[in-house]
Design a binder for this molecule. Structure first.
Ligand code: ADP
Length: 547
């Protein structure tokens, strides 16, 4: 994959000379203060998760210089965000909003159009505006991380849980509008948001849901964080995974704390995985499973130890099944094949009944064995899962980044019916193409009652041009082959967004034409995150930007 770029004038916005850019940046410094506008003119440094750069995609899959900003700005208020947007319209400079930029594997802080000005909302707009203990909800700015929200709830000793993704350093707001997921019963983050405040590409301010109805004497509406759709078209959806507005405030529901019990079930045979899916489906549809469980291949158990792949296999190319088997035999989990990670919630008696029903359902699968955290050593990742599944943010899931040197990763995540034949069809495509490109297959399935997110983690050495090329080619071929069978991705890295958006082309691209109509109406100058999620404003469309 490669992005069109201006070879002679790097790191300036498209159609803008260095002189024009400097002049425009001078104006922006007047508005925001010199300290809050940083020009991207130093060598690029990849950093790590907690100290990530906001200059480029630290997990580059294209050459490092291809997905870069020209500058980063740090607004301190909603008014300043509005001023930045008006400035962008005046100069025709694309801006790219991020909350905290920790959606690693999807582009991080990088803009889709090189030379865009990144608006880092999170650095200064990081207030928890409200925690309503009675309503079990909060209202946050973009810079509130899962860690920060968790710590504030602990500080106030409130009996509430947050819901965190696998890694807790990201933005509560940013993850929800990118439709990320977590693992408590409140794990669907977008479904559990309630109310937004948005700066539109014109600079105008919008409140959605009940927030559109002013509260008494200028207060916020008292049900802004209580009822999602309010009256008329439900507009929140178009501000998720899109480039139609900058979300500056968002409400989230919080879960009342409860007892919980995490567990895992191991299965010895690779080939039983479609049957395991058949057992999960009715359990999930009946809502007997307490959360969205994960089904992981045992190779993930090796990776999550944080040890390098070379500890388990000295050869080159993908780790062979035999080497996985031998290494797994030396771990607490043993020589197994698939591992189901679940958590149940409620009072102790109800949890023990639930566990019995679940154990009984899985007993159909040869050799199935349930284990609780107390049955496993202290360094086993079940203890980490138990934290995540009870709303405690952690970083442990970064450990598989030790798998290869200079590791970066990409997710391939198609939505697949929770059904044996579909699971097998996707698995066969994915396994065959991983073998073709010589990369390790690291699958985790998040299984719900009707669909599952079949998530493949491609971990590659970002210092190797060849490994990057193979990883990108693998992504493209998996997207194309699975789409031909009717499976589509729920989210993807910015470099593959055109391609994924292009697979949703029913009715002569009716959906994209609809999105473009909205985009052109809201953003006639095409300044807000052009190309994000494959949506290009008129100014950029059909001019060679799509890849
Ligand atoms: P994280 O939540 O992991 O820190 P980001 O802040 O990078 O991740 O958010 C993920 C993506 O969602 C960004 O790349 C950006 O495209 C979009 N995004 C994030 N925050 C906002 C926002 N407040 N308004 C509009 N789009 C946003």
């Amino acid at each position: 994959a490669s992005v069109p770029r201006q070879s002679d004038v790097p790191r300036v916005p498209p159609d803008t000379t260095r002189a024009e850019f400097n002049q425009a940046i001078g104006e922006l410094q007047q508005i925001l203060g010199v300290d809050n506008v940083a020009i991207n003119d130093k060598p690029l440094v990849d950093g790590w998760y907690m100290e990530h750069p906001n200059t480029h995609d630290a997990f580059h899959i294209a050459p490092q210089e291809e997905l870069v900003s020209s500058a980063v700005v740090y607004p301190g208020s909603v008014e300043e965000v509005q001023s930045i947007v008006r400035w962008a319209n005046k100069h025709g400079i694309p801006v790219y909003p991020i909350s905290m930029g920790r959606n690693i594997g999807y582009g991080g802080t990088a803009p889709r159009v090189p030379g865009s000005v990144v608006i880092d909302l999170g650095r200064r707009m990081n207030r928890i505006l409200n925690i309503d203990a009675e309503n079990a909800s909060c209202l946050v700015e973009p810079g509130v991380s899962y860690f920060a929200l968790y710590e504030e709830i602990q500080r106030r000793k409130l009996p509430l849980w947050i819901d965190t993704p696998d890694v807790g350093g990201g933005s509560v707001l940013g993850n929800a509008i990118d439709r990320g997921v977590g693992y408590t019963p409140y794990g669907d983050h977008f479904a559990n948001h309630c109310g937004m405040e948005i700066v539109l590409p014109s600079g105008e301010l919008l409140r959605t849901g009940m927030g559109a109805l002013p509260g008494k004497d200028g207060a916020d509406n008292p049900t802004w964080q209580s009822f999602q759709p309010a009256y008329g078209p439900y507009s929140d959806g178009i501000f998720s995974q899109s480039n139609f507005g900058i979300v500056v405030r968002m409400g989230m529901w919080l879960m009342p704390e409860t007892n919980h019990q995490s567990y895992l079930i191991t299965f010895p045979r690779d080939e039983d995985f479609p049957d395991i899916i058949e057992v999960i489906r009715p359990l999930a549809q009946r809502r007997l499973l307490g959360n969205i469980p994960q089904l992981r291949h045992v190779v993930q158990e090796l990776a999550i130890t944080g040890r390098p792949k070379s500890d388990f296999y000295k050869g080159s190319g993908p780790i062979p099944r035999d080497a996985i088997r031998q290494s797994a035999a030396s771990l607490a989990i043993g020589d197994v094949s698939w591992i189901f990670y679940g958590t149940q919630y409620g009072d102790a008696a109800s949890i023990s009944t639930q566990l019995e029903l679940i154990r009984d359902a899985f007993s159909k699968i040869h050799g199935a064995k349930m284990r609780l955290p107390k049955d496993l050593p202290a360094d086993h990742c079940i203890h980490n899962r138990a934290n995540i599944c009870s709303g405690v943010p952690v970083l442990r899931d970064l450990d598989w980044l030790n798998w290869v040197p200079n590791a970066a990763h990409l997710f391939f995540s198609p939505i697949v019916p929770t059904r044996a034949r579909d699971a097998r069809a996707v698995h066969d495509i994915v396994a065959r193409l991983h073998a073709k490109y010589g990369l390790d297959l690291l699958p985790t399935l998040c299984v719900a009652g009707r669909e599952m997110h079949y998530i493949v983690n491609i971990v590659y050495d970002r210092s190797s041009v060849d490994e990057k090329r193979r990883s990108a080619a693998l992504m493209r071929e998996m997207i194309a082959e699975t789409a031909a069978e009717g499976y589509g991705e729920y989210r993807t890295h910015i470099l593959f967004q055109d391609m994924v958006a292009g697979t949703y082309n029913w009715g002569n691209n009716a959906l994209m034409r609809f999105n473009e109509t909205i985009k052109d109406a809201l953003d006639p100058n095409g300044i807000l995150a052009p190309g994000r999620n494959g949506i290009w404003p008129r100014r950029f469309r059909g001019k060679g930007w799509e890849i």
